[in-house]
Design a protein around this ligand. Structure first.
Ligand code: FAD
Ligand code: SF4
Ligand code: SF4
Length: 619
């Protein structure tokens, strides 16, 4: 027998691995600003390069798709070419022999469907519509379109109060977002092409930390204390709900010269930021600092007033010129399994609301099972650890990697001692004498994809019982709709139905937005909804006020383009933080913030930002 050579990576293989890594980085970053037709063409080209050429739909079809997309990009295509592209992609999808061909066909079909307007714009007008919408990737990724390169440059120039003022042009909650924003802006950050996205949220945290005067309404020293305000219009707007959506709308309406009045059913403002997000991520003193500044900008708040419990929507419509409904999604979803009414079963909403009201439940020595796989489940699990639970097990019916919770939240929970029991679905709450003693769960097998995610099914294995003293249910929330429906507000699938501009059909002058309209989402999405509501209510009242930032943005400093590690905020050790509700995360140092802000590639001044305008100082 001949000897067998030990294979070692060749220089060519190492080079190709680098190219693959580079491709993956590019695919992950900067996509928000890219032309979807170009991207589809690049993907088809890559697939064609991988084709073995044995089956016709792949060999001929991919080449034809690449040629058709090339013609569309060159401006030489017509509507018949678009139809041919669609037919060719479908043929590849339906008849190619292997995944290289049929997945390429599927990708083109998805692109044609999802970006129909962009394909049409290339064919009809010979230009791309996407780039003009999304010139700066991070800003496109932020739902409120905060001027990120602007505030990062102000941090770099050691002007943190101006950075806060610039953020407030688009987002009146810089402090909240510095602490708890899920930072979708970082996903498309172009710096990812070089090494890793800029730590955008961390730099916001640094700015708010270094500019305490920007949160002191009485500080005359701070320019941040005096945003531009339009003269009073005499118009009054009722805002129902004092969460981020309602307060954002109220803030911008106040700057536009109107008189907003916020009606909040609970004793304190803040919505889920107070009654949901735990204090170890968002300390309540910080929330109060942010709200104190906001309210001083001309917002009247009436707490402890429920709509329609204490005042009806009809009465509000008679008294005010417009009404904005931003009541969030606070109705808990039930498991729907036997035994759910046993003592010891608690919904996430009930538990976190009690903590928000200052009533800390005592879980000392208890074994806790948490049902769910989202961020709320992680918050509930990590809070249970801090409330003294002897053990916390998160029960999830899919795989751990399918959890919708952010990776860092899952890792934080595990580091603090929570167990994850993936691929187990609750069957029954086991109780003795009316009190929980266990949770019976059915092992699952992960299966075929359904609506973009692999779906679990019951495994051919017997149920098991997880002994526990408490079951915490965190499987989502819906809008508390009873009163709203009585007042004529359309509600479907647990959400208020509103039009493209937030208008509620059949109720002129009534608008809705935030979690109550989208379903449970994020603070920055609620802020974006509140911002749009202010603009649309202003227009409804017959005005066209702008919101501005009066100031300058520093020019790019130059340099800083070579690969450099990303500096993240420090966290307290898990063993220490699991015993209290004090903040987990710290702040970047001056040295780290200077380096991190210097990593920004200033896409407002380079790339499409330079060509199509990376900035507007008003909206
Ligand atoms: C546990 C938990 C953790 C979360 N963590 C994060 C996070 O880390 N990052 C993030 O971005 N998002 C997070 N979220 C989501 C985020 O908090 C919400 O998406 C956001 O607060 C929604 O804002 P909103 O203004 O639409 O509604 P809400 O914040 O729910 O505010 C609605 C307000 O309306 C009031 N209201 C309700 N009904 C009435 C009525 N009939 N009359 C008068 N007032 C009424 C409510 O009391 C409440 O104050 C979390 C949510 C939960 C539950
Ligand atoms: S608010 Fe959130 S998404 Fe927007 S810039 Fe800040 S961290 Fe990014
Ligand atoms: S490099 Fe800077 S401007 Fe460019 S996307 Fe990232 S944060 Fe935004």
């Amino acid at each position: 027998m001949p000897l067998m050579e030990i294979e070692r990576p060749t220089a060519a293989q190492a080079a190709m691995a680098d190219v693959r890594e580079e491709l993956a980085r590019r695919a992950r970053s900067g996509s928000a600003g890219a032309c979807p037709v170009e991207l589809a063409g690049a993907l088809v080209g890559l697939c064609a390069a991988q084709s073995c050429g044995k089956c016709v739909p792949c060999r001929v079809g991919l080449a034809q798709m690449a040629a058709l997309i090339g013609r569309i990009l060159d401006g030489g295509a017509d509507a018949a070419d678009l139809r041919t592209l669609e037919r060719t992609a479908r043929a590849a999808y339906e008849s190619a022999d292997c995944a290289i061909g049929y997945e390429a066909g599927a990708a083109v079909l998805r692109a044609l469907d999802g970006h129909a307007a962009d394909f049409a714009s290339h064919v009809e007008r010979g230009r791309c519509a996407a780039g003009s919408r999304e010139a700066v990737p991070c800003r496109s990724g932020c739902p409120a379109h905060v001027d990120i390169p602007g505030y990062v440059a102000l941090v770099h120039a050691d002007r943190p109060a101006d950075a806060v003022r610039l953020i407030r042009k688009d987002n009146p909650f810089p402090l909240a977002c510095a602490l708890i924003c899920e930072h979708p802006c970082e996903v498309p950050c172009r710096r990812g092409v070089v090494d890793a996205p800029v730590g955008i949220r961390g730099l916001k945290r640094y700015a708010v930390e270094r500019a305490p005067e920007a949160f002191d309404p009485a500080s005359p020293a701070s320019p941040a204390a005096a945003p531009f305000r339009h003269p009073a219009t005499g118009r009054r707007v009722a805002v129902v709900g004092g969460g981020p959506a309602g307060l954002t709308a109220a803030y911008y309406l106040a700057l536009m010269g109107h008189a907003p009045v916020v009606f909040e059913q609970r004793d304190r403002l803040g919505g889920m930021m107070r009654y949901g997000i735990p204090a170890y991520r968002f300390p309540r003193e910080e929330l109060d600092r942010e709200l104190g500044w906001l309210l001083a900008q001309g917002i009247e708040a009436r707490t402890g007033v429920s709509v329609p419990g204490d005042v009806t929507l009809t009465a509000l419509r008679e008294e005010f010129d417009a009404v904005y409904l931003a009541v969030g999604a606070h109705a808990e979803k039930r498991l729907g399994v036997p035994g759910e009414d046993a003592e010891g079963v608690l919904s996430a909403v009930q538990m976190l609301r009690a903590i928000g009201d200052g009533l800390q439940p005592d879980f000392s020595g208890e074994r806790v099972a948490v049902v769910g796989g989202g961020n709320v489940a992680m918050d509930v699990a990590r809070s249970a650890v801090r409330l003294g639970a002897a053990s916390v097990t998160v029960v999830y019916r899919r795989r751990a990697e399918d959890m919708t919770a952010q990776r860092e939240e899952v890792e934080g929970a595990i580091a603090e001692g929570c167990d994850i029991l993936a691929l187990h679905a609750p069957l029954r709450v086991v109780a003795e004498g009316g009190r929980v003693t266990g949770l019976e769960v059915q092992p699952q097998v992960i299966g075929a994809y359904d609506r973009g995610r692999p779906k679990p099914r019951a495994a051919d294995a017997p149920p098991v019982t997880l002994p526990c003293d408490r079951v915490l249910v965190a499987i989502g929330q819906g809008v508390d709709s009873d009163g709203l429906i009585d007042d004529g507000v359309p509600v479907e699938w647990g959400r208020v139905v509103a039009g493209l501009f937030g208008q509620v059909e059949g109720l002129p002058g009534v608008f809705a937005g935030g979690d109550c309209e989208t379903g449970p989402a994020t603070v920055i999405r609620a802020i974006a909804a509140g911002k749009a509501a202010a603009r649309n209510i202003d227009a409804h009242l017959g005005f066209s006020h702008d919101i501005r930032f009066d100031g300058d943005i520093p020019a790019p400093a130059g340099g800083g383009c070579g690969p450099c590690g990303r500096a993240d905020a420090p966290e307290r050790p898990a063993a220490e933080r699991r015993g209290d509700f004090a903040p987990v995360e710290g702040c970047l140092t001056d040295e780290e913030a200077a380096q991190e802000s210097g990593r920004c590639l200033r896409c407002d001044r380079f790339g499409l930002g330079a060509l199509r305008g990376g900035r507007s100082l008003s909206w």
